[in-house]
Every structure is written in structure tokens, then in C-alpha cells.
Design a protein around this ligand. Structure first.
Ligand code: FAD
Length: 316
């Protein structure tokens, strides 16, 4: 108990007392609205405080879990015995900035916690094209890079030329960067899903030559398509499954007669079968049970084993 008290005080010193919460209900920090309490939750909005917080956690040898906007994540109903570190919208010089610029393109830096939608708006305001597809993805840059988030034919790998990270495998956080192919982007995959590093920021190469209104109109069009097709009226974590080669998870699930299939509060969306939605009071166990049932039934009917896209934080 004394250790927890010391850890809390050290985290307050590292991040600022107002950024540190005890017994934070994780359902408030995920778009699925699922998850019990974390012992401690720390909000960070810049790389320097992220480094300080991680230094404290390593010094205490304390368990931690990194999150962004919690839009691809299910926490356990029992919560997390440890510290959840949540990266938030970058502030001051950690907000977006143009780091290089020529007649054809510019490179923009963004802190890991900044959202993909605010990054897309920043690009639009500066008449930079290439991130229109990302304006409706409700994640952060860090979570987006880790997932290689994408939509409507675009994905972050097309413009992220470099990402910065913290390696926490030693005694102290070690800062580094991965460039180009070293980021190992694949479909909803990147090196960060395998190396355990914390993404601290990314550099986006964006094009010039389109007027602000043209970029804004493309973003509006894609977001209207999203509202039309996706069950945005219910909490979810987006597409529950990865797209199987040559097909769509939603199509296979609907063909198996699972539209509206429900266990507890978790339901295969009636609007888009690729989504599992929280119809009220869904637990992590409900979501797991729906995922397992869907995988089994679709495999039996079509021979395709669907792979979950949603991440489950390990119960601790
Ligand atoms: C309504 C809805 C629509 C969606 N539409 C799309 C879509 O069109 N395309 C798409 O690709 N996704 C979509 N998603 C899913 C989600 O928004 C993306 O996967 C997003 O990239 C997740 O970012 P996040 O910040 O929310 O990550 P989180 O959910 O917070 O975390 C996801 C994973 O990343 C890890 N992580 C988070 N931040 C960091 C960091 N800084 N360093 C290391 N690891 C980190 C977490 O530990 C976790 O394993 C949608 C989700 C919702 C709810």
C-alpha cells in the first residue's frame, strides 16, 4: 500500500497532480464504454512528461498500459491493477508543426496523443492533402501508427515517413525513431505491435496543390459515408474483425445469419455486421463471447477464420 502511495506521489511529481487519477473507471476512457477501474491513470500531453512518467514507472518496476483514445480497445471488467498512461492532445510546441516545406509537399509532426481528426483538420487548414481518409477515425496518432489505421483506400503507412518512440526494455526510457520500411507497416499492423515500444510522435509527408475547400469537402463526403454505414449511435471499438483476403467480415457475418446476434449487452450491429456494439451494460466477457461465437459460426459456414481487429488489454 505504501508502495502505491509512493508511486502515486512520484507520478504526480512527474506529470502534475491534476493529470493523475486514482481508481479511474476505464469505461470512461474507451469508446466501447467497457472496463473496470485502473489503480492509477495518468494523462500526458507532451513527450517530456511521457518520458518522466515512464521513468517513474520503470524505477518502481510498476505495471503499466499505454492508451490513446481507447477506440480500438476493450479493458477487462475487473479493470487494470497498475497504471494506465493515456496520451492526450499535444499542447504548445507539441501540437502540430510543419517541420519542412517545399513547393510540392510539407512534413508535419504530431505528438502521439493528438487525434487523427485534429491532425486532418490541421492539414486541411494548411492546404495539405493526404489525410482526408483519417478525419473520421476516432483514434490518436500513437494508436493509429501502431494499428496502421486506414479507411477508404488510405492508410497511415502512405504518409508516415518516420515515427519516434520510447524503448522501455532497459532501466530507463530510451528515445529512438523508426524510418520508412523499418516501421514494418502491414494491413492494420506495424513494428510497434511486436516491439513493445511506446510511440511518442510521427512525421507525415503531405502533398500540396489542393485548395482548402476541396480538401474539406472530401473530408465531409467521407464522414457522411461513415455516418450512413456505421452504427455511430452506439458505443463500439469500430470494426471488430480484420478484413479477410478477398472478402468482408461484415458480409460473411451477415451471410451466417448473425445480424443482431447478442450476448448480454454486446451485439453484432444491425446496421453494419462488421461492428459489435454496446447496447447497454456490455462487459468485456460479453464482447469476447460474441467474437468467439461469430468466429466459430463463420468458420463453420464459410471456412474463413476471422481475426479480431479489436485489442483486449490483459486482465490484471
Ligand atoms: C466508430 C469507430 C470507427 C472506427 N473507424 C476506423 C477506421 O475507419 N479505420 C481504422 O483503422 N480504425 C478505425 N477505428 C478503430 C480505431 O479508431 C483505430 O484503430 C485507432 O487507430 C486506435 O487509436 P487509439 O488512440 O484509440 O488507440 P487505443 O484504442 O487507445 O489503443 C489501441 C492499441 O494501441 C496501443 N497504443 C495506443 N497508443 C499507443 C502509443 N502511443 N504507443 C504504443 N502503443 C499505443 C494500445 O496499447 C492498444 O494496444 C474505429 C473505431 C471506432 C470506435
Amino acid at each position: 500500500m505504501e508502495t502505491m502511495e509512493t508511486l502515486y506521489e512520484d507520478l504526480c511529481a512527474a506529470a502534475g497532480r491534476e493529470k493523475v487519477k486514482r481508481d479511474a473507471l476505464l469505461k470512461r476512457y474507451t469508446t466501447f464504454r467497457i472496463g473496470g477501474p485502473a489503480d492509477i491513470l495518468v494523462n500526458v500531453s507532451d513527450t517530456a512528461s511521457l518520458v518522466r512518467v515512464m521513468t517513474v514507472l520503470l524505477e518502481h518496476d510498476a505495471p503499466y498500459f499505454m492508451i490513446g483514445r481507447g477506440s480500438n480497445l476493450v479493458f477487462a471488467d475487473g479493470g487494470f491493477r497498475g497504471t494506465v498512461v493515456r496520451s492526450c492532445e499535444g499542447t504548445g510546441s507539441e501540437g502540430f508543426r510543419i517541420v519542412s516545406d517545399n513547393e510540392e509537399e510539407a512534413v508535419v509532426y504530431g505528438f502521439a496523443g493528438s487525434t487523427l481528426s485534429s491532425l486532418s483538420s490541421y492539414a486541411c487548414d494548411n492546404e495539405l492533402t493526404g489525410l482526408e481518409f483519417a478525419s473520421g477515425i476516432p483514434g490518436s496518432i500513437g494508436g493509429g501508427v501502431l494499428m496502421n489505421a486506414g479507411a477508404y483506400g488510405g492508410e497511415l503507412s502512405q504518409c508516415v515517413i518516420k515515427s519516434t518512440y520510447l524503448d522501455l526494455s532497459g532501466d530507463r526510457p530510451l528515445e529512438g525513431q523508426l524510418e520508412g520500411e523499418a516501421q514494418k507497416f502491414g494491413y492494420r499492423d506495424s513494428a510497434y505491435q511486436h516491439n513493445g515500444f511506446i510511440v511518442t510522435g510521427a512525421f507525415f509527408r503531405l502533398g500540396k496543390g489542393r485548395a482548402r475547400e476541396e480538401i474539406a469537402s472530401k473530408m465531409r463526403e467521407l464522414n457522411a459515408r461513415r455516418r450512413d454505414k456505421q452504427p455511430l449511435e452506439f458505443p463500439s471499438a469500430g470494426s471488430a474483425f480484420k478484413r479477410p483476403p478477398g472478402d468482408f467480415a461484415g458480409r460473411l457475418i451477415e451471410a451466417s445469419g448473425l445480424k443482431g446476434f447478442r450476448i448480454g449487452g454486446a451485439q453484432v450491429s444491425e446496421k453494419h455486421c462488421g461492428f459489435i456494439v454496446n447496447r447497454g451494460g456490455a462487459t468485456a466477457e460479453d464482447v469476447k463471447a460474441v467474437i468467439n461465437a461469430v468466429r466459430e459460426r463463420v468458420f463453420a459456414d464459410s471456412g474463413v477464420m476471422l481475426e479480431p481487429e479489436i485489442k483486449f488489454a490483459k486482465e490484471r
